[in-house]
Design a protein. Structure first.
Ligand code: NAP
Length: 360
């Protein structure tokens, strides 16, 4: 391969007016050196098309992303964004300069300075509870018109309404929820759900492309992309995510401990505690406070727990009665049937026929 890079070199000397010099044309001083060869290994080429094209591609696909809130989740996201060659800037109330430098993120302690860098995307990764206070003091006037605002809050209707209330009408809005975190997506994001709602994206090609480029990061990481309204998200998330976090916290308080005979089910519970205990209480409280469906789910959980206790104590009661009164003691047959909760928390009464059949 290197043979093709060997060159014969012909040297011709030129005068300053570009005429070949006498000296070089002199017969006694041959201008042709047949034995003189340069063997080049990895010589710099006058124009490296490959790297030029690569740089051009990176520039055309990369975004300047400003992350507001450089805590647990903000840092986690920025590592992935950097893998995709985006330029990262960050602002947070805590000074993360050293950590940001290590990661390759430019850190700003003042949002004015950050916004003067004119990011393409401003991504909100603050706690749910602090979102409104932060939005109220952001210097939007320093940004370019129609900057894209994105949030990653674990509730969706709340930031959507805040964005619509506080952002200038020219700005684009994308509400998202990556439904995973630093614990659950430690090794890969492949197959994990990413929910998004294009709340307000302008028609112009560059605005549509900018939004697609941002979503492309999660697509390329292999996320399962789910487009749904913020309202739908909150309905589903209260029944799944809020319940998951609640059970994780209850079990953590309960004090689960690993044993030498862990079953698979028990391992699942230990993993649940592990996955949820890293999240701040602010996050959990935000799920409760700012998802209007959460309270109902908490009440249903409470009633389900009470109902199960009732089933257990009902049976125990039956055993005691049999011991006290013998087999002839009247037993409430309904007690033996598993009971389910309706969506509104009321109990599904078993039909009387069933009671008779089951009891016969
Ligand atoms: P978090 O406790 O919900 O939020 C911590 C972040 O909020 C930090 O950047 C913190 O800034 C900032 N913050 C808190 N109080 C503030 C205040 N009064 N003023 C200004 N900033 C304040 O924990 P997180 O895990 O990093 O979550 C960030 C966001 O991502 C949340 O909205 C959460 O719902 C969402 N999310 C989290 C996960 C997850 O797995 N962790 C997954 C999906 C979505 P400082 O660090 O500078 O104090």
């Amino acid at each position: 391969m290197y043979e093709s890079l060997q060159h014969e070199v012909i040297i011709i000397f030129y005068e300053s007016d570009n005429r070949p010099s006498k000296q070089s044309l002199d017969e006694s001083r041959p201008t042709h050196f047949p034995s003189f060869q340069i063997s080049c290994i990895d010589a710099a080429q006058p124009f490296d098309y490959e790297s030029h094209l690569k740089n051009h591609y990176i520039q055309s696909t990369s975004l300047k992303i400003a992350i507001l809130g450089f805590g647990n989740f903000g840092q986690f996201l920025s590592k992935a964004f950097l893998r995709h060659h985006h330029t990262l800037l960050a602002y947070s109330r805590t000074n993360y300069t050293d950590l940001a430098n290590q990661l390759g993120v430019s850190f700003y302690s003042d949002p004015n300075d950050l916004f003067e860098q004119h990011p393409d995307v401003v991504l909100l990764s603050t706690s749910i509870l602090s979102t409104e206070t932060l939005l109220q003091k952001l210097p939007f006037q320093r940004l370019r018109r129609n900057t894209l605002f994105v949030d990653v809050l674990s509730v969706k209707e709340f930031p959507r309404n805040l964005f619509l209330k506080y952002l200038p009408p020219d700005f684009d809005i994308l509400c998202t929820h990556p439904m995973f975190g630093p614990e659950s997506a430690k090794t890969s994001w492949a197959g994990l759900p990413f929910v998004y709602d294009k709340v307000r994206i302008g028609d112009e090609e560059n605005r549509v492309k900018r939004c697609d480029k941002f979503l492309g990061i999660f697509e390329k990481e292999g996320c399962r992309m789910v487009e749904m309204s913020c309202m739908e998200h909150d309905k589903y998330a209260a029944g799944s995510q809020f319940v998951t976090h609640t059970m994780g916290r209850v079990l953590e308080k309960f004090g689960l401990e690993s044993s030498p005979i862990n079953t698979k089910g028990y391992e699942t519970l230990l993993n649940l505690v592990e996955n949820t205990k890293g999240d701040s209480f602010d996050l959990y409280y935000g799920l409760f406070m700012y998802n209007q469906n959460a309270l109902e789910q908490l009440e249903r959980l409470d009633m389900a727990f009470e109902s199960i206790k009732k089933d257990l104590f009902g049976r125990l009661h039956e055993v005691y009665r049999k011991q006290l009164f013998g087999d002839n003691g009247e037993v409430d047959k309904k007690m033996n049937l598993p009971q389910k909760l309706l969506g509104n928390g009321s109990l599904i009464e078993p039909p009387l026929d069933n009671v008779r059949q089951d009891g016969s």
